[in-house]
Design a binder for this molecule. Structure first.
Ligand SMILES: [Zn+2]
Length: 200
């Protein structure tokens, strides 16, 4: 996206006055305003703007879920953030929380209307990703529905798996590890205490 200097100054002015934790979300919103005409071709942005007719199943401030117009199976849902995020690492913490929770809830609903479920998120050139805008496909499955989500597993040596695990683990932020190390006494203090005692 190419912004003029004036546009950059305008964005800075809108974002800098906010508390640090709100700046990221605000920055995305500001950028989205300026980029809306430049990414007009994005079908998901057009759906959010109401320029493409959709059959909606869910919507909040952060995301929207619609029925796929060419469903793999009846009930096939596409869930996407309202900001034009091109990759997973562009999603804000808040978008991640809302999107994944919403996907989870919709999947449980679809699971009751089908015999199985696939949740698919694609990113990166080799993934088969079709659009710039990050989307989550939630596909209800039925026995013998002829949908192929399949790969041939290749046997791997344990040492190679361990090396790869190390590569992944060293990139996991340290503060997340701390949360897992909560001791039992601390955990006890977090537990909600019942307000009313049930009489015997
Ligand atoms: Zn978009």
């Amino acid at each position: 996206m190419d912004l003029t200097e004036d546009e950059i100054e305008q964005i800075k002015a809108a974002v800098q006055q906010l508390p640090l934790e709100e700046q990221e979300t605000a920055l995305r919103k500001e950028l989205a305003k300026f980029s809306s005409d430049k990414i007009q071709q994005c079908p998901f942005c057009l759906m959010i703007e109401g320029k493409i007719r959709t059959v909606d199943v869910y919507e909040d401030d952060i995301c929207k879920a619609v029925l796929e117009i060419n469903p793999a199976n009846p009930g096939h849902i596409i869930l996407f953030p309202k900001t034009h995020n091109r990759s997973l690492d562009e999603l804000s913490e808040n978008e991640i929380n809302i999107l994944y929770k919403t996907a989870h809830k919709l999947a449980i609903i679809l699971l009751k209307l089908s015999e199985g479920i696939n949740i698919i998120i694609s990113d990166g050139v080799a993934s088969g990703k079709k659009f710039e805008h990050i989307i989550i496909s939630i596909i209800p499955r039925f026995k013998d529905d002829n949908i192929n989500i399949y790969w041939q597993g290749k046997p791997e040596k344990l040492e190679k798996l361990e090396k790869f695990a190390e590569k992944i683990k060293e990139k996991i932020p340290k503060e997340k590890k701390k949360k897992e190390e909560i001791n039992e006494d601390e955990l006890e203090s977090y537990l909600v205490k019942p307000k009313h005692r049930i009489p015997n």
